[in-house]
Each structure stands twice: as structure tokens, then as C-alpha cells.
Design a binder for this molecule. Sequence first.
Ligand SMILES: *[C@@H]1O[C@H](CO)[C@@H](O)[C@H](O)[C@H]1NC(C)=O
Length: 218
Amino acid sequence: MAGCLSMSFIFLCVFMCCCSERVMGGDPDSLQDFCVADRQGKVLVNGFSCKDPKMVSAEDFFFGGLRRGDTNNAVGFNVTAANVNQIPGLNTLGISLVRIDYAVDGINPPHTHPRASEILVLLKGQLLVGFIDTTNKFHSKMLKKGDVFVFPKGLLHFQQNVGVRNAVAIAGLSSQNPGVQVTANSLFAANPPMPDGVLTKAFRSDKTVVDFIQGKFM
Ligand SMILES: *[C@@H]1O[C@H](CO)[C@@H](O)[C@H](O)[C@H]1NC(C)=O
């Protein structure tokens, strides 16, 4: 009986180790060479169903659109994405990238990617970057051209152009579809809006302050 129990315990441990390894990685591993996204597919799966491999061509793995984004907006930055929505061949491969353009003083405001870690390389300019971990410790660096910085999966992070010219970065992400949640917009520009009572309490503030900030997102 005791032997039986310990055997099941070992199996349970092995099973849990296998599972937790999956949870710690990025997107699930591919079980074939590729599974090019079939956007017309009627089957609902985690990602997109596969296009017939005989119909796949080099175009499915190509994107010609990673050009300069227009930074003429309230925060002075622009993210141009190259993920499964632009490149169907990325389906099931667990990677994607973005190009980020920053105007002088521009920021990529504090945000999170629910499904991806990010590795950023600065191609031009000077950036202040940072993330906050779950103990609220702030990890920050000043980057110059050629420097690389990592933002761990799910953690709140930002980049700010502190140079005198525009800046450009490329970032790789460990998901075909990293997702993004911009914290200020989520809190102050949700639709329908977050209840005032939640925001006033959370920010230890009052309705005047909350209304003022919400007004900035109109
Ligand atoms: C980002 O740049 C593209 C291409 O110039 C432009 O169409 C888009 O409106 C810009 N997005 C923002 C938020 O400014």
C-alpha cells in the first residue's frame, strides 16, 4: 500500500513538473514544420487553425511593413507590430516582433504583455527603460544605441525617449500574439468606464481628480 502510494506520488510529481514547464514557457510548441494561420478557418482553436500546407507559400512568412510609424500623437510614440495578425506563418511559432518609434520626449507608456516576455534592442537614440516586478521593485536602465534590455512576461514596463532626437527600437516577443494592456488607458478610458468609487479609493483620491484624468483620455 505504502509502495503504491509513493509510486502514485512520483507519477504525480513527474506530471506536475511536465505541466509547470509548459506554463513557464511562451506559446505552446509546434507539432509540425508550420501551421500557417487560416483566417477563414471555422474551427475554434487556441490560435488559428492551419492552412493546407500545399497552399502555403513564402508570402505567408513575409511582412514588408515594418516602416517608420507616425509619432504625432499625445504620447509621442508608435508601435508597428509584426505578429500573427500581419504574418500568418507565425501561427504556433511562439514569436513576433515590433518596431517602436519615439518622438523627442515621447514615451511608450507603462503597459503589460499578458502572453510574452520582450527583448528590446535600441537601434537609434537614447531611451530610459524600466519595469516593476511583483514586489514593486523598479528595475531601470539608460540605453544607448546597440543596448539590449529585457522585460519579463506580464510585468509593467515602459520606455521613454530622453535623447535630443527621435529614437527607434526593435523588440522580439515570446508569443505569436503578445497582447498589450496600457495601464493608464485601461484604468481611465475603459468602456464602459470603471466606477468612480473604485478609482477614487484605489488612487486614494477624490472624484475631481478622477474626472480630471478621465477627461484627458476623451
Ligand atoms: C502609427 O503610424 C502609422 C503609420 O504612419 C499610422 O497610420 C498610425 O495612425 C500611427 N498610430 C498612432 C497611434 O499614431
